[in-house]
Write a protein of this length. Structure first.
Ligand SMILES: Cc1cc2nc3c(=O)[nH]c(=O)nc-3n(C[C@H](O)[C@H](O)[C@H](O)COP(=O)(O)OP(=O)(O)OC[C@H]3O[C@@H](n4cnc5c(N)ncnc54)[C@H](O)[C@@H]3O)c2cc1C
Length: 496
C-alpha cells in the first residue's frame, strides 16, 4: 500500500475525456486534491469523435418516434422533457460563457407529406423548447411553406420537392472543437492544483483500509477515498478491474461520420433529415466543408482503434444521396471519415441505449466510494461535473479552500499558440494537430501545416531533425488509419 503522502488524493478520476476534464476542474475549484489518469491522450475517446452539436434538444422530441407513440409512453415523454431542459440550460451556459468555442449555423429540417411529423408538430416542439428556457439564447425558429420564395438555397438539392409539406429552420450551435474545450478545462484544473497524467492507463483498483489504490500501467500507484470512473465506453471494464461483476451500466453505440465538399448553397447551413430507417441524419457545415452522420450500432469490439468501414461509408453516402439525389456522391467525394463509441446508458427497454445521464453509485456493487457515469454528452459536461461535485461532497469534505473555475481563458494565436500547445503534455504531432490546435479538422486535415507545427514545437519538446521527420510520417499514417478514406469505388454504388 502507498505510504508517500504526495501520492494520496481526495479524489482520483479515471478518464480524461470531456467529463473527466470538467470534473477535475470543478472538483479542484471546490477545494479537493484531484488526480486524473487518462490511458491515451486527453480527450481522445468519444469526446474527439462526436457530431460536435450543441443540441437545442429537438432530437429528444423528434427522434423518429411518432407523436402518438410518444403520448402512449408518458414515462419516456417525461424523461425526454427532462433531457430537453438539461440541453437548453447547457446550451445557454456554453454559448454565453465561451462564445468563441462554438459556432452558430442555420439548421434546416425538411418535412415531407409521408413523414412521422407535420410542420406544426415542429412549431409545438419549439414552443416546448422555448418554455424550458424562456430568456435563453435565441432559437430563431422559422417555418416555410413548400413553395415559399425565401426557402434556404440548399432546398433546391432536396429530393421529391413535390412531396415537401414544408421546411423549418432554427439556430443550432456546434463545438469548434470539443477536444480544445476539454484541454482548456484540464489547464484550469492544473492551475487549481490538480495532478493530471495522460498515457497512464489505470490497470487495477484495490480497496485497502477504506482507501482505493489505483495502479497505473507504469506500475506507479495513487490512493484516494473517492474514485470517479469517467472512462466513457470503458466504464464497465474499469469497474470490473475493481472487482465488480455487476450488470453492465453502459451500452456502447458506435457512430461514423464522413466529411464532404458540398455545393455553395449549403454554406453555413446544416440539414437535419431522417434516414430511411427513420433516424436523424445530420449534414453539418464545418470549416468550409460539411460532414454527414451518423450510423448507430451496438459496439462490442475494440473501442480505442475503431474506424469507419467501407460498408458504413457506403451507407452514409447512400443516405445522403437519398436526401440530395442530384449530388450523386461517390466514395471519391469522401475527404475523410471518423468513428467513435458513444457511452450511452444501458437500458433493457432500449437496445440502442438510453440518453439518460446517469451517475451510478457503485457501493451496492461492493465498490464503496466509486461513482461511474454513463450517457453524459459533451454539451452537459459542466452540469454533470457539478452533480459529481455534489455526490463527492456527500462523502468527503474538501481539504483546501474553494476557488472559482475559469471558463474563458486568454487565447493566443500563430506560433505562440503552437508553443503553448507544446506545454500541454503532447507526446506526438497528432496530439498537437488533432486535440491541442485542431488543425487536423481542416479540409486538408492540417497536412499543409504539419511541418511548420512540428518544427515550431520541436525545441520545446526536445525533438531533433529525425524525430520531426518521423512525427510527420506518423501523422500522415495516423490520418490514413484513423480517418480513412474508403477504398476504390464499390462495384454497385447506390445512387438513388
Ligand atoms: C458518433 C458520436 C456522436 C456524438 N454526437 C454528440 C453531439 O453531437 N453532441 C454531444 O454533446 N455529444 C455527442 N456525443 C456523445 C459524446 O461524445 C460523449 O457522450 C462524451 O464525449 C463522453 O465523454 P466522456 O468524457 O464521458 O468519455 P470519453 O470522451 O470517451 O473519455 C473517456 C476516457 O477514458 C479513458 N479511459 C478508458 N479506460 C481507462 C483506464 N483504464 N484508465 C485511464 N483512462 C481510461 C479513455 O481513453 C477516454 O479518453 C457523440 C458521441 C459519438 C460517439
Amino acid at each position: 500500500m502507498i505510504s508517500d503522502n504526495s501520492n494520496h488524493f481526495d479524489v482520483a478520476i479515471v478518464g480524461g475525456g470531456i467529463n473527466g476534464a470538467s470534473a477535475a476542474q470543478h472538483l479542484a475549484a471546490a477545494g479537493y486534491r484531484v488526480f486524473l489518469a487518462e490511458s491515451g491522450d486527453f480527450a481522445n475517446g468519444a469526446s474527439a469523435r462526436s457530431s460536435r452539436l450543441l443540441h437545442c434538444g429537438l432530437r429528444h422530441l423528434a427522434d423518429g418516434t411518432s407523436p402518438a407513440e410518444i403520448i402512449r409512453n408518458p414515462l419516456r415523454l417525461f424523461r425526454a422533457l427532462n433531457t430537453v431542459r438539461e440541453d437548453m440550460i447547457a446550451r445557454d451556459e456554453i454559448v454565453q460563457s465561451i462564445p468563441d468555442r462554438v459556432k452558430p449555423m442555420t439548421f434546416c429540417l425538411p418535412v415531407y407529406r409521408q413523414d412521422t411529423y407535420r410542420p406544426w408538430h415542429m412549431g409545438l416542439a419549439f414552443s416546448v423548447l422555448r418554455m424550458t428556457s424562456p430568456r435563453g439564447v435565441a432559437l430563431d425558429y422559422q417555418r416555410y411553406r413548400p413553395d415559399a420564395a425565401n426557402l434556404p438555397p440548399l432546398s433546391r438539392h432536396l429530393r421529391a420537392a413535390d412531396q415537401l409539406s414544408g421546411m423549418v429552420s432554427f439556430r443550432e450551435y456546434m463545438f469548434d472543437w470539443p477536444e480544445r474545450i476539454a484541454l482548456d478545462a484540464l489547464n484550469d484544473a492544473r492551475h487549481l492544483g490538480a495532478e493530471l497524467r495522460n498515457y497512464a492507463k489505470v490497470t487495477r483498483l484495490q480497496r485497502d483500509n477504506g482507501l482505493w489504490c489505483l495502479t497505473l500501467q507504469d506500475g506507479s500507484q495513487v490512493s484516494s477515498p473517492v474514485v470517479l470512473n469517467l472512462a466513457g465506453a470503458w466504464v464497465d471494464s474499469v469497474s470490473a478491474s475493481a472487482g465488480s461483476n455487476a450488470a453492465a451500466r453502459c451500452q456502447p453505440i458506435s457512430g461514423v461520420h464522413i466529411a464532404l465538399k458540398l455545393p455553395e448553397e449549403f454554406d453555413g447551413h446544416g440539414v437535419f433529415a431522417f434516414n430511411r430507417l427513420g433516424e436523424p441524419l445530420y449534414c453539418l457545415p464545418w470549416r468550409g466543408h460539411h460532414y454527414v452522420g451518423l450510423t448507430r450500432r451496438p459496439h462490442s469490439g475494440d473501442r480505442a482503434e475503431i474506424t469507419a468501414t467501407d460498408e458504413e461509408i457506403d451507407w452514409l453516402l447512400a443516405e445522403t444521396n437519398h436526401c440530395f439525389p442530384c449530388l450523386g456522391l461517390t466514395r471519391k467525394d469522401v475527404l475523410y471519415s471518423w468513428a467513435g463509441v458513444n457511452p450511452l446508458t444501458a437500458d433493457p427497454a432500449e437496445p440502442l441505449g438510453s440518453r439518460e445521464i446517469k451517475i451510478h453509485d457503485l457501493e451496492a456493487d461492493g465498490l464503496p466510494g466509486i461513482f461511474s457515469l454513463t450517457g453524459g454528452p459533451i454539451m452537459t459536461h459542466r452540469r454533470v461535473a457539478r452533480r459529481l461535485v455534489a455526490r463527492v461532497r456527500e462523502r468527503l469534505k474538501p481539504s483546501r479552500p474553494e476557488q472559482s473555475p475559469t471558463y474563458d481563458r486568454r487565447r493566443v494565436s500563430g506560433d505562440a499558440e503552437i508553443l503553448q500547445a507544446a506545454t500541454e503534455a503532447p507526446r506526438s504531432l497528432a496530439d498537437l494537430m488533432m486535440r491541442r490546435l485542431g488543425y487536423g479538422w481542416d479540409p486538408d486535415q492540417g497536412l499543409s501545416r504539419a511541418r511548420h507545427v512540428a518544427e515550431t514545437a520541436a525545441p520545446a519538446l526536445g525533438w531533433g531533425r529525425s524525430r520531426v521527420e518521423q512525427e510527420i510520417e506518423d501523422y500522415i499514417n495516423h490520418l490514413k488509419d484513423a480517418r480513412r478514406r474508403p477504398s476504390a469505388e464499390a462495384p454497385s454504388q447506390e445512387h438513388n
